[in-house]
Design a protein around this ligand. Structure first.
Ligand code: NDP
Length: 292
């Protein structure tokens, strides 16, 4: 991971989530695990990282040399708006515990996951990591956003006082297998996929079926995120995303996409359409067991 020689024990917090399971797939089933490496994928069932004692016990048990820190209270726009206090407190505790224990146990490197909602609501574009603290984040999810920003503060202070080289990445919205498909509390794409799946199963997607509405209601968060990181040529309309999901499920009913804000673009990732199809297929095949 950092070129150093010797056995590596990589602890992945949030190992049971969307990103953690994707890393596990790459490491365990796609042959990326190298000799001398041991990967541990931690879930909240093994250790509630809000608790300092349980975090310490997990570090004592696994003695990691490297940490990929993904664990977080995560949710869509509505859940954030309802529970800013919980997002702030839970995530601040989780992050403080993980970074503090990493330091105490001499972990060589920690890579944490921020989110593009750390960026100021009012900003200029293009945006980069140096602009993270230049103004208040969007009002809807300030609890989550400020807690994520504090990872950057914690990393900087650890470097300043102890020379620790802990860092963070800032991914944009992600989707895929093992996501949270809860329609009320999840992110845009899994919510859209779940609704389309239900519509197809129930064969009654009508004028009133709120797929487009659901998307547009989630826009403030999602499009703020998306606009930060891509050039105009990379943008994808919401209609494109809806079409991709509808096509992936082979849904043939009427679909209405309405816009309640000025934003109408999604980001385009390199293989967006195959990824949508793969995700829809996964969700349909794992409907009973999927988080929703
Ligand atoms: P998920 O919601 O899919 O997974 C969250 C993970 O965190 C789960 O493994 C969960 O464990 C764990 N977790 C939650 N609370 C606790 C706790 N109290 N103690 C221990 N573990 C806990 O998240 P993602 O995989 O989507 O996100 C991974 C990281 O990426 C997060 O930090 C998130 O903020 C960030 N991110 C995600 C984006 C996205 O679009 N998904 C976009 C930008 C950033 P369990 O399931 O066992 O409860």
């Amino acid at each position: 991971m950092d070129g150093s020689v010797g056995p590596m024990r990589v602890l992945v917090t949030g190992g049971s989530g969307l990103v953690g399971r994707a890393i596990e797939r790459v490491v365990k089933t796609e042959g990326e695990e190298r000799e001398g490496e041991e990967w541990i994928f931690l879930s909240s069932k093994e250790a509630n990282l809000v608790s300092a004692e349980e975090t310490r016990a997990a570090f004592e048990k696994h003695r990691p040399t490297h940490v990929i820190h993904l664990a977080a209270m995560v949710g869509g726009l509505y859940k954030n708006m309802r529970q800013n206090l919980d997002f702030w407190r839970n995530n601040v505790h989780i992050n403080d515990n993980v970074l503090n224990m990493s330091h105490e146990f001499g972990v060589v490197k920690v890579v944490s996951c921020l989110s593009t909602c750390v960026f100021p609501d009012k900003t200029t574009y293009p945006i980069d990591e140096t602009m993270m603290h230049n103004g208040a984040p969007h009002d809807s999810n300030y609890g989550y956003a400020y807690a994520k920003r504090m990872i950057d503060v914690h990393n900087r202070a650890l470097f300043q006082q102890y020379g620790r080289k802990y860092t963070a990445v800032i991914p944009t919205n992600m989707f895929g297998a093992h996501d949270n498909y809860n329609i009320e509390d999840g992110h845009v794409m899994p919510g859209l996929i779940h609704k389309t799946y239900l519509a197809k199963s129930e064969r009654h997607l009508t004028h009133n079926h709120p797929i487009g509405r659901f998307l547009s209601d989630q826009f403030l968060l999602f499009f703020f995120v998306s606009f930060c990181l891509v050039g105009e040529e990379d943008e994808l309309t919401v209609k494109d995303a809806v079409d991709a999901v509808v096509e992936a499920f082979g849904f043939e009913g009427e679909v209405i996409v309405s816009f309640h804000t000025n934003s109408k673009y999604l980001y385009r990732c390199f293989s967006f359409f195959p990824a949508v199809k793969e995700t829809c297929d996964w969700f349909a095949a794992n409907y009973d067991a999927a988080r929703k």
